[in-house]
Design a protein around this ligand. Structure first.
Ligand code: SF4
Length: 426
């Protein structure tokens, strides 16, 4: 392979820095995509067996309506769980859409439709308008959700004209209460919150839509307490509500992006209190075979085994999981697998590719030649997240003019003095 096929002009010092960029990792395939051929036990998502036409139903009151062929996404994320569908056999034709609309019309339990693909905004405006207008005729539909990465990766395409079309079409034939439109987007790192994205969000909000975001928990991209909290709060500052932190789906070629569930749970636990409830998303795994989202941290109940040693807490991330519709899956295993030889070879290749050692840290279950589990790599030590350290990590001023992190009552006398002084000085 060429020393640097992506940027032959890149200076040596620059290389490692650029190769560690979270947007680079999400957007550009690297040799790592070919290095771990065994994903382990998990099968792929099973959408075909729960579909009628372009409608896919996993929950009682809502369907995903695939109006765009999977190849039409605005961003070909390297970690995409639909990457396997990026071929010509997945085109959504008009008949499929007609069948889906027919089904949605007949099933009166459905009050919510997720319009998706690929990317719902990467199809012709004519098709989008048609679908929205047809949905506007169905009285039991109350919510339309548009799944798109366009505001993030192609913000200039979010024009007032497009938003006006969506607004009008979604309620063109509505009788009774309006159908409410949500934009569902996908940001994994605060570096994606650019000024152009902020401007696109402002335009979307101006037209009366709400924007919600799902983030995928990704090793090498956002597997870091500060990165995640920063990403969630910066989204919230501009009117984007985080709603899911998703465990990376196990697919061939992307196992180096998967982080152990235990690590994600620990981050979530330590976000409690430091982020408002409406900023903190639910941490979920989307299990295969149409099992739906499994909450990985459903309550304040401590599932972190605090009596155990730090190393034990970073488990191999396998567990029995319970789906929302009461199915039980034994030995759900979040991480990918590799033999020790494959692992060592992969790290060597990626060190060369990145230009630095010690930053490519796949979290993999090592197995022997017969496939038996040996151990998990990179059992990272847990960060020590006591209060003051967390405050510093999140860049809170811990002693600015003697102000406390919480509870002004403790210094109320001092505050009174300052308050009255300021009033009399005026
Ligand atoms: S935006 Fe979503 S659907 Fe599109 S490539 Fe990325 S993960 Fe896949």
């Amino acid at each position: 392979m060429d020393e640097d096929p992506f940027n032959p002009q890149m200076l040596l010092g620059e290389k490692a820095e650029k190769r560690l960029d979270p947007i680079f990792w999400q957007s550009v395939p690297t040799p790592a995509n070919l290095l771990f051929p065994d994903t382990g036990l998990e099968a792929a998502m099973d959408e075909g067996s729960r579909s009628y036409g372009a409608a896919y139903q996993r929950y009682p009151n809502r369907v995903a309506l695939f109006i765009a062929q999977n190849t039409s996404c605005a961003s070909y994320c390297v970690h995409c769980q639909r990457a396997k569908s990026l071929d010509s056999t997945v085109e959504v034709n008009n008949i499929e859409i007609e069948k889906a609309l027919f089904y949605i019309n007949y099933n009166k339990n459905i009050d919510e439709v997720l319009i998706t693909g690929g990317d719902a905004l990467r199809i012709s405006e004519k098709r989008l308008k048609y679908v929205l207008e047809e949905l506007s005729k169905i009285q039991h539909i109350r919510v339309l959700r548009i799944a798109t990465r366009v505001p993030v990766v192609l913000p200039f395409a979010i024009t007032d004209k497009l938003l006006e079309t969506i607004n009008k079409s979604a309620n063109k034939h509505t009788e009774g209460p309006d159908k409410y439109v949500y934009f569902m987007t996908h940001i994994n790192h605060y570096k994606e919150i650019t000024q152009d994205f902020v401007d696109a969000i402002k335009r979307i909000r101006k037209h009366g839509f709400t924007i919600r975001n799902q983030t995928v928990f990704l090793n090498h991209i956002n597997d870091n307490y500060r990165t995640l909290t920063e990403t969630f709060r910066r989204m919230f500052w501009i009117g984007v509500h985080p709603y899911y932190l998703m465990q990376c789906h196990k697919e061939k070629g992307i196992v180096h992006f998967i982080s152990p569930i235990q690590i994600g749970k620990i981050y979530m636990k330590h976000m409690q209190g430091w982020l408002s409830g409406i900023v903190k998303p639910d941490y979920v795994a989307n299990v295969e075979g149409g099992g739906g989202k499994v909450l990985l941290m459903p309550s304040g109940h401590d599932t972190l085994n605090i009596e155990k040693t730090i190393d034990d807490k970073i488990s191999e991330s396998y567990a029995t999981v319970y789906t929302w519709d009461e199915r039980t899956m034994k030995d759900y295993e979040a991480l990918g697998r590799a033999t020790r030889k494959e692992y060592r070879e992969a790290v060597k290749i990626m060190n060369k590719f990145i230009g630095r050692k010690g930053v490519f840290l796949p979290k993999i279950i090592l197995v022997d030649e017969k496939g038996n589990r040996i151990e998990t790599t990179n059992r990272t030590r847990l960060p020590n997240l006591e209060k003051l350290r967390t405050a510093h990590l999140l860049e809170y001023k811990t002693n600015y003019k003697g102000m406390p992190i919480t509870n002004p009552y403790k210094i109320s006398k001092k505050l009174d003095k300052m308050f009255y002084k300021e009033k009399t000085d005026k």
